[in-house]
Design a binder for this molecule. Structure first.
Ligand SMILES: Cc1cc2nc3c(=O)[nH]c(=O)nc-3n(C[C@H](O)[C@H](O)[C@H](O)COP(=O)(O)OP(=O)(O)OC[C@H]3O[C@@H](n4cnc5c(N)ncnc54)[C@H](O)[C@@H]3O)c2cc1C
Length: 406
């Protein structure tokens, strides 16, 4: 290669990087307007009717948001974890159901992106997801193991070039609206409960039967009933990387980061409402700081702590992925920090929304007013059990018994 070709290649690489960055910035701007003009408007009816946020999801699909995590070479935007978390935060300010669906989708698709490296069939799958903006749902929880993602009861059955599996899932969010499912299962029927694989089931290859009810306190728009999932597909759809590695390197850290970013968005909106109410109070009595205003200042401080922790961990994870530092991702220190992010942000969102409700008083307690925080509070309480905090605390306690670092 002569020096002219080399410099032309570098120019091409810079142009591609610049175009990709512009595409990401545009997507974040689109998410902001979709959040404000569509998701926010429909959020009360999504909650009230316990219905899928179809309008917001259709607009996000059209804006190419589901392809954002996919590398540019496969037709996506190549957004990193910081940019994806930013998108979850933006949507979280408008509609929790929409934000959580995008957060879950990003986690699922990154689980393929990070582990498709030398597999042409998985790479083709990513190209298809990018081109068609496919929406991916997750089936990890199961009757028996419950919310223990690292344990399965069902098993994959291989028959030549095809697989088959049946899983009794406790909670399948937006399963009826997803293009594809990612299902955890034991590698085969002789495998131990922790010897798992992650399986892709595409639309037309799976059926959801015996679906139960999803009538919950909050997060009603995620439409997440229990279901028996039966899937059949090609052997390449059973990802060969052990699920233990996918969980450690991708699924656990990204789910904790994206969920925390969405909870940060939910908390941001609650504090914004409190600030707006107090500004109105201030304007009605100029020169006098309204009673309770110091609590709004405290809320703002709590929000700042949450922001630093969410985006601090997002930056740490993005750097480790960029450097392919798998050792760091598998370290006890990083696992503890990423679990602690989930514990802290799930507690913070409940505390911040509760305090905002108390500060705003009756205006927030009333449903359907401009300062109403009932839906925020109900949605916030789901954070504790999106992988139960008790389970995560026990895992951290066990790691702390052997971890000597800080
Ligand atoms: C809005 C929402 C959407 C969801 N969407 C999906 C989805 O799309 N796909 C999916 O697979 N799952 C989904 N889930 C399920 C979720 O991921 C968890 O599996 C489920 O919420 C955990 O249920 P649980 O609270 O009964 O806890 P479990 O983890 O099943 O535990 C039950 C109880 O036992 C206790 N417990 C269990 N293990 C331990 C332990 N080791 N140490 C201490 N105590 C323990 C806990 O206190 C808990 O109260 C969703 C959940 C919610 C709330």
């Amino acid at each position: 290669m002569n020096s002219q070709t080399l410099s032309l290649n570098l120019v091409d690489a810079n142009v591609n990087a610049h175009n990709a960055q512009q595409a990401i910035t545009k997507r974040l701007d689109d998410m902001e307007s979709i959040g404000r003009e569509i998701a926010r408007i429909h959020a009360p009816s999504v909650d009230d009717k316990s219905r899928f946020p179809a309008e917001a999801i259709a607009a996000l699909r059209q804006a190419g948001v589901f392809a954002a995590p996919i590398p540019v070479k496969y037709g996506g935007a190549g957004a990193d974890c910081i940019e994806l978390a930013r998108g979850c935060w933006i949507l979280g300010q408008h509609c929790s159901a929409t934000a959580s669906i995008v957060a879950m989708h990003h986690t699922q698709i990154l689980s393929v992106v990070h582990h498709a490296k030398d597999n042409p069939q998985l790479q083709n799958y990513l190209r298809r997801v990018a081109k068609e903006n496919r929406l991916i749902a997750s089936v990890t929880s199961e009757v028996g193991p419950g919310g223990d993602m690292r344990s399965s009861s069902c098993a994959v059955e291989m028959m030549g070039d095809t697989y088959k599996l049946t899983k009794k899932a406790t909670t399948v969010s937006y399963g009826n609206y997803a293009d594809d499912l990612m299902i955890t299962a034991r590698k085969n029927n002789l495998s131990a409960s922790g010897d798992q694989v992650l399986v892709i089931a595409e639309k037309g290859q799976f059926i959801l039967q015996d679906q139960g009810e999803w009538d919950t306190l909050g997060m009603r728009g995620t439409c997440s009933p229990p279901a028996t999932v039966t899937a059949e597909g090609a052997a390449w759809q059973v990802i060969s990387t052990p699920f233990a590695d996918i969980a450690t390197h991708t699924m656990v850290p990204t789910s904790h980061i994206f969920w925390s970013a969405w909870w940060f968005g939910l908390a941001t909106d609650a504090v914004s409402k409190a600030r707006e109410l107090f500004r109105a109070k201030g304007r009605s009595n100029p020169g006098v700081t309204p009673l309770g205003a110091h609590r709004v200042a405290d809320l703002d401080a709590e929000l700042q702590k949450m922001e630093y922790e969410v985006f601090g961990l997002a930056r740490e994870y993005a750097a480790a992925i960029a450097e392919n530092d798998l050792q760091k991702l598998a370290s006890l220190g990083f696992s503890l920090r990423i679990n602690t992010l989930k514990l802290n942000s799930s507690r913070a969102v409940v505390a911040i929304v509760s305090e905002a409700l108390s500060v705003c008083g009756i205006q927030a307690y009333k449903n359907n007013g401009p300062f109403s925080l009932g839906r925020h509070l109900r949605d916030a309480h789901s954070s504790v059990m999106m992988v139960h905090n008790d389970r995560i605390q026990l895992t951290n306690a066990a790691m702390l018994l052997v971890h000597k670092g800080v």
